[in-house]
Design a protein around this ligand. Structure first.
Ligand SMILES: NC(=O)c1ccc[n+]([C@@H]2O[C@H](COP(=O)([O-])OP(=O)(O)OC[C@H]3O[C@@H](n4cnc5c(N)ncnc54)[C@H](OP(=O)(O)O)[C@@H]3O)[C@@H](O)[C@H]2O)c1
Length: 215
């Protein structure tokens, strides 16, 4: 499976690239190809030091769309509209949203767009793509800590059963992640809102990399 990450140079994008590239072809995308190249070199170095296999290439965000079966949007949610305007060819693709719009005051507050969630906005902007919300609640630091297993629950929701199934398989291919079918994309606001909750817990309870495991 070829997975491309738009905004793959960020903390979460690089973390996902480190884990996913061990058993999938992964493209790190950026607005600036040289930035993708630098992120790729960092990931390759970390993987080589540990003697882990990888299949990883840098490209532009448009290169991600052109070459990937699954496209991950890993950018700040407020930049969604502007980013999509610059891209062509997303029709028919499975598109993952892991974006969690939030604002920080004296605590972190979920701040969804008018559509109800970042994933619902993405689906509205891309009516011919199959949007799946997934990987929303895993901290970047844990993706990047290759010496530790990733043992979180991953809530997955979508209005497209085939795309949801594909993404659930992708989830299960990573370390000890457990995928859970959370239903249609209308459920995505609840999934996105978990992230400000766990960040507040981490901050006020003085914990690090808090995530969720449902059982
Ligand atoms: N950090 C976490 O622990 C975490 C966990 C779960 C979900 N998330 C979600 O994942 C997404 C990415 O998080 P992150 O922490 O990796 O974010 P980030 O580092 O702030 O941004 C990720 C990438 O987005 C691109 N970007 C930044 N500003 C942009 C703009 N104006 N237009 C287009 N692209 C822009 C940049 O890539 P280029 O400059 O290379 O184009 C940047 O490296 C967010 O929506 C967040 O809610 C984060």
């Amino acid at each position: 499976m070829k997975v491309g990450i738009i905004g793959g140079t960020g903390g979460i994008g690089q973390g996902m690239a480190l884990r996913l590239s061990q058993n999938h072809s992964v493209l790190i995308g950026s607005r600036i190809e040289e930035k993708a190249q630098a992120a790729c070199e960092l990931c390759e170095y970390a993987l080589k030091v540990l003697g882990l296999p990888f299949d990883l290439l840098p490209t532009t965000n448009q290169g991600v769309v052109d070459e990937s079966d699954i496209v991950v949007f890993s950018i700040p949610a407020e930049n969604l509209e502007q980013t999509i305007k610059g891209l062509t060819g997303l029709e028919g693709k499975t598109v993952i949203s892991l974006m969690n719009p939030m604002v920080r005051t004296d605590y972190f507050r979920y701040d969804p767009p008018a559509e109800g969630s970042a994933a619902l906005k993405l689906q509205k902007l891309l009516p011919d793509s199959k949007v799946v919300a997934a990987f929303n609640n895993i901290p970047a630091g844990k993706w990047q800590k290759l010496s530790e297993p990733l043992d979180y629950s991953v809530c997955v929701c979508s209005d497209f059963d085939d795309a949801k199934k594909t993404v659930m398989e992708l989830v299960e291919s990573v370390s000890e992640l457990k995928s859970l079918d959370a239903g249609p994309l209308a459920v995505s606001p609840y999934i996105e809102a978990i992230t400000p909750l766990v960040i507040n817990i981490a901050r006020f309870s003085k914990m690090r990399d808090v995530g969720v495991y449902f059982k």
